[in-house]
Design a protein around this ligand. Structure first.
Ligand SMILES: NC(=O)C1=CN([C@@H]2O[C@H](COP(=O)(O)OP(=O)(O)OC[C@H]3O[C@@H](n4cnc5c(N)ncnc54)[C@H](OP(=O)(O)O)[C@@H]3O)[C@@H](O)[C@H]2O)C=CC1
Ligand SMILES: CC(=O)N[C@@H](CCC(=O)OP(=O)(O)O)C(=O)O
Length: 338
């Protein structure tokens, strides 16, 4: 049997960190050798009581040089800006990196316009954008993969197949809804129970940092600028993401046939004949897409689990590809239904 590949999970105390621990603990070929948090010293089970009798050991204070001694690949489940400090050092030591933050997803110019000054611009052009259905070949040979944002993952998988049919002068409107785990474990006024229970609201309309990520990826696909108007909303569920997009087409098309042809060899994109639901994908790596056309207007509806296809299972798929393993080894397929 082939030797296992040693991996590190940095930011293991967070929501996507927990999902990584869950997937990697039962993964046939990855072996967790380093669990990193900000301060270190926490018992993994104390940090995540759901892992009792499943995982053990203590977290360590995350230090790139120490990680490089024990891991061939590191998952960075860290806030943006924190990730780049780790990635920069790990790459010098020859460690493969899958970064779940936004630090390497965008060009330096767009990143700095929407986030903060970049401390590792040299590595930005070396990063592959981690959506294998669109960038598989680049991921295979990359040492650094920028995992997509959750909203962009769901949006791009629905929109990209239709780029050749879109009216060049018409904008794309994206209306997206996310479960509260999308905001990470740190409480904020928007995500407090009394605010979000039996409630929902838009936030950062037309100014969310995922709008430029979607725009840039659409542009890279066909070299044509596309106007994108993106409105995210918070809904009172723990996990799940529903993205509805409205697109003007050049002509009448059969959108289901377009999707079926585009994703014919992609087992983790399911083309649905009925509008998609959150529950059918929550707990799994699937992205479900529904499409309907009327009078050259296209309605797209896409559903993913924000913590899995939107973050951690996507990160493990990328790691599988980077390590030459079967792309879908150890990836969750069963949703939490009912
Ligand atoms: N939640 C989601 O649905 C998605 C998240 N992402 C991205 O994934 C990343 C992680 O998100 P998420 O898990 O939700 O966030 P959380 O806030 O839940 O977790 C982030 C973790 O990072 C740790 N951390 C922060 N700074 C450092 C540091 N300098 N060294 C080591 N650990 C550190 C914190 O640990 P400690 O407690 O030790 O301080 C915290 O537990 C973010 O970049 C996020 O944008 C991407 C797609 C979807
Ligand atoms: C519900 C919620 O708050 N969602 C987050 C996006 C999810 C995420 O973590 O995206 P990045 O990987 O780009 O940081 C937000 O709107 O900022």
């Amino acid at each position: 049997m082939a030797e296992k590949i040693n991996v590190a999970v940095i930011g293991a105390s967070g929501y996507t960190g927990l999902e990584l621990l869950k997937i990697l603990t039962v993964h046939p070929m990855f072996h967790i050798t380093y669990v990193g948090t900000s301060e270190g010293g926490e018992d993994v089970v104390k940090m995540h009581p759901s892992l009792l009798n499943v995982a053990k050991g203590k977290a360590q204070k995350s230090e790139a040089s120490q990680i490089a001694k024990v891991a061939d690949l590191a998952f960075l489940a860290l806030p943006h800006q924190a990730s780049m400090g780790f990635a920069k050092v790990l790459l010098v030591h020859g460690v493969k990196v899958v970064d779940l933050s936004a630090d390497y997803r965008l060009s330096q110019e767009v990143y700095e316009a929407h986030y903060c000054p970049h401390e590792d611009p040299e590595n930005i052009p070396k990063a592959a954008y981690g959506l294998p259905e669109l960038h598989r070949e680049a991921i295979k040979s990359a040492q650094l993969v920028a995992n997509p944002g959750c909203y962009p993952a769901a949006s791009l998988l629905a929109l990209v197949p239709f780029l050749p049919y879109m009216r060049a002068d018409a904008p794309v409107f994206i209306d997206a809804k996310s479960g509260i785990s999308g905001a990470g474990k740190k409480p904020n006024p928007l995500t407090q129970f009394v605010n979000i229970n039996e409630n929902m609201m838009a936030y950062n309309p037309f100014s969310h940092r995922h709008e430029p990520e979607i725009k840039e990826q659409l542009f890279l696909r066909n070299n044509q600028p596309k106007q994108v108007f993106f409105v995210p909303q918070l809904i009172p569920i723990t996990r799940g993401m529903l993205v509805n997009a409205y697109v003007q087409l050049k002509e009448n098309i059969d959108p289901v046939a377009v999707l079926e042809a585009f994703y014919a060899n992609e087992p983790f994109v399911r083309v649905r004949k009925e509008p998609v639901t959150l529950k059918a994908t929550a707990g799994s790596h699937f992205c479900d897409i529904f499409a309907k056309e009327k009078e050259s207007v296209l309605f797209l509806s896409s559903s993913i689990d924000n913590l899995l296809r939107g973050a951690s299972s996507q990160a493990v798929v990328n790691a599988n590809i980077m390590c030459g393993l079967d792309e879908y080894m150890g990836i969750p397929t069963l949703s939490y239904v009912p």
